[in-house]
Design a binder for this molecule. Structure first.
Ligand code: ATP
Length: 337
């Protein structure tokens, strides 16, 4: 089901403007991430879509052809997966998943069939009678997802779906959740402050900053064509490189390099993976720290900006702290913003 928001803003009674007037259109079966730092308004936006908050006057929310702006949460047919999963502790896995269908007063046989189907979809076979206090973090997450999906919602909303899990498990479950959401096929919107989660799961990402969507696009578009310094630094950790433009060159205090076009009044931003420790490079600096990352070394280089900036070394004899290094950057990979 498609969803569209027009002019949706939210001011809380204490005067906090959590969300500025926002438009958002999500396609059928699309998975969209709301990504941004703490306090940027992503939870507020999700709660507006859910019907847990109402937008300021003038805002409009449409689910498919229906205007749902005035509908309460229980009438919107949205499935919600909360951050802490909020499973019913005294119920089995089966009873948790059946809950929404019972509320809809579906016949018993229909409920049994649908619960079995959803348990298969979410790989919960064999756990039907388990108490949910006896489940692993990943299993709880799949039960929460199954419970939200069972009543066939028009839209699935997920609030920081992986944040209750430890770091190692998050990485595995991120890919699993991406696969599950696609198998389920329901339009989904999820909130995260973790860019790698957004990049791995979403078809499109809405990057939010101080109460507004700063840019929305596919992961590749956001990465390759960030619309603002904020998006460049939040998605892919680009850092501004001190210097000034001279024609199609960027001149720093530690050397110069070519940009794909004259930077003019724009600034050059570089990502760690674009800035390579390379003896043929045209920039010079001094190593402040080296960290082994598995596939490469991350090298913090001093001498270009007031603070050391991260670069990448791909060889087998990494430079050590205090050692002079040269850095190279491909003109196409220097972002002009
Ligand atoms: P986080 O990642 O920390 O949850 P967020 O991006 O989801 O942050 P929101 O929870 O949407 O941010 O909050 C946006 C702003 O609105 C914040 O400044 C927050 O303090 C404020 N806010 C949220 N709920 C209320 C409320 N009920 N009353 C007043 N202010 C609120």
């Amino acid at each position: 089901m498609t969803i569209s928001l027009t002019g949706c803003a939210k001011t809380f009674p204490d005067g906090t403007r959590a969300l500025l007037p926002t438009d958002l259109a999500v396609g059928d079966s699309e998975i969209v991430a709301l990504l941004g730092p703490s306090g940027c308004g992503k939870t507020t936006l999700l709660r507006l879509i859910a019907g847990l908050e109402t937008p300021d006057s003038g805002g409009r929310i449409q689910l498919g052809e229906e205007d749902v702006t005035a509908l309460p949460v229980e009438s919107r047919r949205v499935g919600i997966v909360f951050q802490n999963y909020a499973l019913f502790p005294n119920m089995s896995v089966r009873a948790n998943i059946a809950y929404g269908l019972k509320m809809q007063k579906q016949p018993r046989a229909t409920i049994t069939a649908r619960v079995d189907e959803v348990m298969g979809l979410c790989r919960l076979e064999g756990l039907a009678d388990r108490a949910n206090t006896m489940l692993s973090g990943g299993q709880k997450q799949r039960v929460a997802l199954a419970r939200a999906v069972a009543p066939r919602p028009k839209l699935l909303l997920l609030d920081e779906p992986l944040s209750a899990l430890d770091a190692a498990l998050r990485e595995v479950l991120r890919d699993e959740l991406a696969g599950l959401l696609r198998t389920i096929g329901t339009t989904a919107i999820f909130v995260t402050h973790d860019q790698s989660e957004a990049l791995a799961i979403a078809d499109r990402i809405a990057v939010m900053n101080t109460g507004r969507i700063e840019q929305i696009g596919t992961p590749m578009t956001l990465y390759q064509q960030p619309a603002s310094p904020f998006v460049a630094s939040f998605v892919g950790h680009a850092v501004p490189l001190d210097g000034k433009a001279e024609g199609d060159e960027w001149v720093t205090g530690a050397g110069r390099f070519r940009t794909r076009e004259p930077a003019g009044n724009r600034k050059v931003f570089v990502r760690p993976e674009s800035l390579m420790v390379d003896e043929t490079g045209s920039l010079s600096g001094t190593v402040a720290a080296t960290t082994f990352m598995g596939t490469h070394h991350r090298v913090l280089v001093a001498g270009l900006n007031p603070a050391p900036i991260p670069a990448t070394y791909r060889g087998s004899t990494p430079p050590q702290r205090g050692q002079p290094v040269r850095l190279a950057i491909n003109a196409d990979e220097a972002l002009l913003l």
